[in-house]
Design a protein around this ligand. Structure first.
Ligand SMILES: NC(=O)c1ccc[n+]([C@@H]2O[C@H](COP(=O)([O-])OP(=O)(O)OC[C@H]3O[C@@H](n4cnc5c(N)ncnc54)[C@H](O)[C@@H]3O)[C@@H](O)[C@H]2O)c1
Ligand SMILES: [Zn+2]
Length: 377
């Protein structure tokens, strides 16, 4: 496999070994002291040490204060580290958590105030006025596609509610998408993050907004993921499957410029209330929500089934998803992951007010969300 270069929506170097191009890219841009922003678990693994060894000629600093669903405090700590060490570029290295924080480190390195003042729905949202330091992104999971996205999802420190900073200015300047970085990703994380990628492709296609470009990308992203996910989980060293999942993940994130749906509304609530991993939350909710959506847009489910190679048309799509989940260790429901009926009073209003649900193909109200959570138990 070769490394291919795309410029859509940003500069993407895609292929095994793409990480080895980062040093030259940064040196050519005049960078001397980049800050690697990564999560604490990843920082201890050989994959980061190997990547660092590829950065000869650069005075590299590492900020690894990220874990779980990242908080505003983590982003602010990263920005302090950037300023303390007088860095001049950001390297986001990790899953969606690390990449989202890396975007905010660049933002808060050159802007005043707290990161929460920059979330899109803040009543007095502050403008992004200063040029951000150059940022490159290296995804090490195949799920969120954050590396090609204009948003960063961060949790409030105390409530853990998920908030979003949205601006084209936080899009990484270049992406080095190297599927070899995901070869050591454990099967459970591969499965959960892969379901996030599939959910992005599916929900963006189902969203009613008019965006044929995104629709085309979503269907092809689904096709790649549908064929590759089980192989990536069950044969972790299969580079072709890892590569297809990384591409499916990026395509899902490009497609969801068109918006998402109620699966994500539920997942954001589960992230806030139960601190559940985002991809796992989508995986546990997707069949329940999609089974309800099917009646509203059956022709679109036919297209999803066709793209995923499912025989039997749109009505067979949700059963196919359920069998896919069973084959990658994601059967079972919310109850097995510590969610109880006592959580419903918090989960339901959060999900019903989440902005991603506004573009669900079938408008859902609180009573619908309560039913989704009960069924997914
Ligand atoms: N910006 C966006 O558009 C967007 C979209 C969806 C989700 N998100 C956010 O992304 C986050 C979830 O990201 P994620 O699903 O990638 O999970 P993650 O970043 O939390 O990573 C999951 C786990 O995998 C480990 N890991 C990562 N790469 C590894 C590797 N190569 N080998 C071994 N272990 C590895 C990490 O240490 C971590 O423990 C959430 O905070 C979610 O809100 C953002
Ligand atoms: Zn998602």
């Amino acid at each position: 496999m070769n490394i291919t270069r795309f410029s859509f929506p940003t500069d993407i170097h895609f292929g095994p070994g793409a990480r080895k191009l980062v040093a030259q890219h940064l040196l050519e841009a005049g960078v001397k002291r980049p800050l690697i922003v990564t999560d604490s678990a990843l920082a201890a693994l050989p994959v980061l040490a190997e990547f660092r060894s590829q950065l000869a000629g650069l005075d590299v600093v590492v900020f690894d204060g990220i874990f779980g669903n990242p908080t505003c405090a983590m982003a602010m700590a990263g920005a302090r580290s950037y300023k303390l060490h007088r860095c001049d570029a950001v390297i986001g290295f990790g899953g969606g958590a690390a990449l989202d924080v890396a975007k905010l480190v660049g933002l808060m390195a050159v802007h005043d105030g707290d990161v929460l003042e920059y979330v899109w729905d803040h009543p007095q949202v502050r403008p992004i006025v200063n040029p951000l330091p150059p940022m490159v992104a290296l995804p090490t999971t195949a799920g969120t596609g954050s590396e090609v996205g204009r948003s960063s999802v961060v949790s409030e420190n105390d409530t853990h509610h998920k908030r979003t900073v949205f601006s084209p200015k936080i899009l990484p300047r270049a992406v080095f998408a190297d599927p070899e970085l995901t070869l050591a990703l454990p099967p459970a994380v591969t499965a959960a993050t892969g379901m996030d990628a599939l959910t992005h492709n599916i929900e963006s296609y189902l969203s009613p907004a008019y965006h044929p470009l995104c629709d085309g990308i979503a269907l092809e992203g689904l096709r790649l993921g549908a064929y590759a996910l089980a192989t990536a989980v069950n044969e972790p060293g299969n580079l072709q499957a890892r590569s297809d999942m990384m591409m499916s993940s990026m395509m899902g994130a490009i497609a969801f410029q068109k918006d998402l749906g109620s699966v994500h509304a539920c997942a954001h609530a589960l992230g806030a209330v139960n601190d559940m991993h985002h991809g796992l939350a989508n995986a546990l909710m997707i069949d329940t929500v999609l089974a309800w959506n099917f009646e509203a847009v059956p022709a679109k489910f036919d297209a999803l089934a066709h793209a995923a190679g499912v025989i039997g048309g749109g009505a067979a799509f949700v059963p196919w998803l359920q069998s896919l989940k069973g084959g990658i260790g994601l059967s079972g429901g919310l109850a097995q992951r510590g969610v109880t009926l006592d959580h419903l009073p918090q989960l339901v209003p959060l999900a019903a007010s989440d902005f991603t649900g506004r573009t669900n193909p079938r408008p859902a109200i609180e009573a619908d969300y309560e039913r989704f959570f009960r069924q997914a138990m």
